[in-house]
Design a protein around this ligand. Structure first.
Ligand code: UD1
Ligand code: MG
Length: 450
């Protein structure tokens, strides 16, 4: 049976108090919408349609970056969830099979839940995903009669008796495409919110003698995000499960609660992560590395045996080979640090390559930016860069070369050469005492005058 995925993402998300469309707010550094698309992708959908409205262009851009085949249906006015699904009619023209409706703001759906919905569809015309809510709050309530779902009543329209029901609507459903559009055609908006509720299809289907049921999943999977508080809670749920997964894989997290992960963070076994480390998107850390406290990593790769931090920043394009050392207050951007090379203190290495076993002294800066363009610095193998060296790119330092402390390197340094470029020192005997006396006398005159 072929499947089409419909993801509702037109809502404004008023309670987010944001200029960014709700579904583009990230959880673990990945937009909620992308989480939903990845969850739905396990159904290998023949078509994927994203219903956009608020911030349609921005939402479409993120959706098509994730899946270039994704279709965009625009819902100009948000008249309700049924109205939103109705906007996919054109995109689903000629499609036969099941439609699975997901929400763009429900990012934690598990693959087996979707599979169970599809399995239940074999015996039913319409399948709704429900959950037992610890606090049912404002969710729609599922009115069951044995295995049969009679109807869904929205909180706003529910009686006290119905509000006491704790089995709630996640909003997800599976139904034959043509049947669903036919049901939606008869949904009206004569309710407390004046909206076209998708949930009304249940009662209409029952009236037509169709079989409707609800499949249950645990509440964590249906966690919807409506506010910044929800967003923070959703992120916390994600972090907790991602940390648990890493621990299971054999990664040491010294203080798990203080390590912040991205959805795509990959860390090998026997790597040790000290407290207070942040992983942005696109980080891979191989086995047996150590990431010390207060380090921030994004878009980088750390090889086996390397030690990073404390207080290190690895930015996109940082490539550390085996046994590299990146120490405190060091920033690496778009640079390869070869095997065994060390950048241990207070340095910026950007748009550069550092050869194997080279040592970069404290305070070294690659001056990569001239205000308009970026330029590369190439440092060979076994190079010793003296402390406080400025490497004015584009520039090359050959294998086995050395730079004197405080040197400003503006020309290439041949292999094996020593580059010295600093003012010559001149010691003036007795001058220090004279200068102090002069300054003290000046201060005394000023204090007296005041
Ligand atoms: C909906 C359900 C409710 C369920 C809850 C679960 C309806 C009528 N109610 O309520 O039973 O318990 O979700 O979270 O379906 N959207 C559009 N276009 C619209 C309206 C909404 O695309 O015109 C999208 C939103 O962006 C969102 C999703 O549909 O992703 C749900 O909309 P929302 O307004 O959050 O519905 P709830 O009131 O939470
Ligand atoms: Mg909602």
């Amino acid at each position: 049976m072929s499947t089409a995925l419909v993801i509702l993402a037109a809502g404004k998300g008023t309670r987010m108090h944001s200029d960014i469309p709700k579904v583009l707010h990230p959880i673990a550094q990945v937009p909620m919408l992308v989480h939903a698309m990845r969850a739905g992708a396990i159904l290998s959908p023949e078509r994927t349609v994203i219903v956009t409205g608020h911030g349609a262009e921005a939402v479409a851009k993120v959706a098509t970056a994730e899946d270039e085949a994704a279709q965009i249906a625009v819902q100009d006015e948000q008249l309700g969830t049924a109205h939103a699904v109705a906007q996919t009619r054109e995109a689903l023209d000629g499609f036969t099979g099941d439609v699975v409706v997901l929400y763009g703001d429900t990012p934690f759906l598990q693959p087996d839940t979707l599979e169970r919905m599809i399995a239940a569809r074999a015996e039913n015309d319409l399948v709704i995903l429900g959950f037992e809510a610890a606090d049912p709050a404002r969710y729609g309530r599922l009115v069951m009669n044995g295995d049969s779902l009679e109807r869904i009543v929205e909180f706003k329209d529910a009686s006290d008796e119905e509000r006491a029901i704790t089995f709630c609507n996640s909003g997800l459903l599976a139904c034959d495409a043509q049947a669903l559009f036919s049901l939606i055609d008869t949904v009206r908006n004569d309710n407390a919110a004046g909206e076209y509720y998708l949930t009304d299809v249940v009662e209409i289907a029952r009236a037509r003698g169709l079989k409707v049921t609800a499949v249950a999943c645990d509440e964590a999977q249906t966690l919807g995000v409506n506010s910044r508080t929800d967003l923070a809670a959703a992120d916390a749920v994600f972090q907790a499960s991602a940390r648990a997964e890493l621990l299971d894989l054999g990664v040491t997290l010294m203080a798990p609660d203080t390590v912040y992960l991205a959805a795509d963070t990959v860390i090998g076994r026997d790597t040790v992560i000290e407290p207070n480390v942040v992983f942005g998107p696109g980080v891979t850390v191989e086995s047996g590395a150590t990431i010390r406290s207060f380090s921030h990593l994004e878009g980088c790769h750390v090889s086996r045996g390397s030690i990073v931090g404390p207080y290190a920043r690895l930015r996109p394009g940082a490539e550390l080979a085996e046994n590299a050392r990146i120490g405190n207050f060091v920033e690496i951007k778009n640079a390869e640090i070869a095997e065994g090379a060390k950048v241990n203190h207070l340095s910026y290495i950007g748009d550069a390559s550092v050869g194997a076993a080279s040592n970069i002294g404290a305070g070294t800066i690659t001056c990569n930016y001239d205000g308009v363009m970026k330029h590369r610095t190439t440092i060979g193998e076994n190079v010793f860069v003296g402390s406080n060296t400025m490497l004015v790119a584009p520039v090359k330092v050959g294998d086995g070369a050395m730079t004197a402390t405080g040197t400003v390197v503006t020309r290439d340094v041949e292999p094996g050469a020593l580059a010295v470029a600093r003012a010559k020192q001149d010691n003036k005997p007795g001058y220090a005492r004279k200068l102090f006396d002069m300054l003290k006398a000046k201060k005394a005159r000023r204090d007296k005058g005041a």
